[in-house]
Write a protein that binds this ligand. Structure first.
Ligand SMILES: Nc1ncnc2c1ncn2[C@@H]1O[C@H](COP(=O)(O)OP(=O)(O)O)[C@@H](O)[C@H]1O
Ligand SMILES: [Mg+2]
Length: 330
């Protein structure tokens, strides 16, 4: 099959002067794209690098492939992840991963939570604020966490993101609104253990690939924030457990939350869902990544897959197989 690979390389962007150092965190490395290309080629497909943005669009119109394998994060707005699937849909070329409506919705963490909550999935109480002044009269209980409303890849989420009082929260909201030019989502902090869940497929057949617990080595679970610093600078401070050493009923509850959110958002092919327990041990949905990072050995989805016996090639193959089955090509 003639497969076009849609992607955005970190090296294609230049962060504006004075921007926070994690602004381009979501974009891919050459190594990741080469690994995806190799995995698809090894399955006997002809793979063409189409890149992202207008370059992708020009090539899509000039020489449409039979299928687009999409890992492009897009650029510039909360709808950025929807750009590639939207133009594919317009031109009539099938595309892996979720459709544009799901990708746009999932990137706005507050809207995504509303949809999951309407389907009966537990979520932390929250408020969206556009300025520090809007924190007045906040009716949330501390500790809280503030994060950029429409980012992923831990962008803007720091070790300092958890706030115990109004002063600390105002500082965090000021940082987010200032540095990332978008509203802040303020949530009550879930102090229990954290999990991330890989999900494959769509609709009723969607199934859990694996559940991974992300544990701070210092056991200070109640303060734990899986921040950009932890991933980049102190990776030795976290442990990944697949499967988590937890009772089966608890893991079943975590899976129910993940599948509930995945199905409510009508995700397709692959997704990764973050879940955390509150102080009473109730599993809550945090966020859903319908375009999860897929860097070998680095991205949570790849760590989770590898630890459950699915190597990078097999993971790419599984995503492709889901898309091919969905469009009736296998
Ligand atoms: N309401 C919350 N309660 C407790 N921890 C949270 C909450 N929201 C986010 N976190 C912590 O912050 C991390 C990053 O937040 P998340 O919403 O998953 O952003 P990202 O899109 O950057 O992954 C989570 O993995 C978790 O450790
Ligand atoms: Mg997350």
């Amino acid at each position: 099959m003639d497969i076009g690979l849609a992607f955005d390389l970190k090296s294609d962007f230049v962060a504006p002067a004075g921007a926070p150092d994690d602004l381009l965190e979501e974009y891919d490395s050459e190594r990741t794209i080469a690994a995806i290309e190799a995995a698809l080629s090894r399955r006997g497909h002809r793979v063409r690098r189409m890149g992202g943005g207008k370059r992708f669009l020009a090539e899509l119109l000039a020489a449409p492939p039979e299928l687009v394998f999409n890992v492009a994060e897009g650029r510039g707005s909360r709808s950025r992840e929807a750009h590639i699937p939207a133009v594919c849909e317009m031109v009539g070329v099938p595309c892996t991963h979720s459709d544009p409506a799901t990708l746009a919705l999932a990137l706005d963490k507050a809207l995504c939570k509303r949809v999951a909550a309407a389907a009966g999935v537990a979520v932390a109480r929250d408020r969206v604020v556009r300025s520090v002044a809007e924190l007045a009269g906040l009716e949330l209980r501390f500790p809280c966490i503030a994060k950029p409303l429409h980012e992923g890849s831990s962008i803007g989420v720091r070790a300092s993101s958890r706030s115990d009082d109004a002063t600390a929260l105002a500082r965090e909201v000021g940082r987010i609104v200032g540095d990332y030019a978008q509203p802040a989502l303020v949530e009550e902090f879930l102090t229990g253990p954290e999990f991330t869940v890989g999900v494959l497929g769509h609709g009723a057949q969607a199934r859990v690939l694996a559940v991974m617990e992300i544990r701070p080595k210092d056991d200070r679970t109640a303060d734990f924030v899986y921040s950009v610093e932890l991933k980049r600078v102190w990776p030795d401070h976290v442990e990944y457990h697949v499967p988590p050493r937890r009772p089966p009923e608890l893991l079943a509850a975590v899976e129910r939350v993940a599948l509930g959110a995945y199905r409510a958002l009508e995700c397709r092919d692959i997704g990764r869902v973050d879940v955390r327990l509150d102080a009473a041990g109730v599993a809550h949905f945090i966020e859903l990544n319908p375009l999860p990072g897929i860097s070998p050995g680095w991205s949570d989805l790849c760590i989770l897959a590898e630890k459950s016996g699915v190597d990078h090639d097999a993971l790419i193959g599984a995503i492709l197989d889901q898309a091919l089955a969905r469009i009736g090509r296998r």
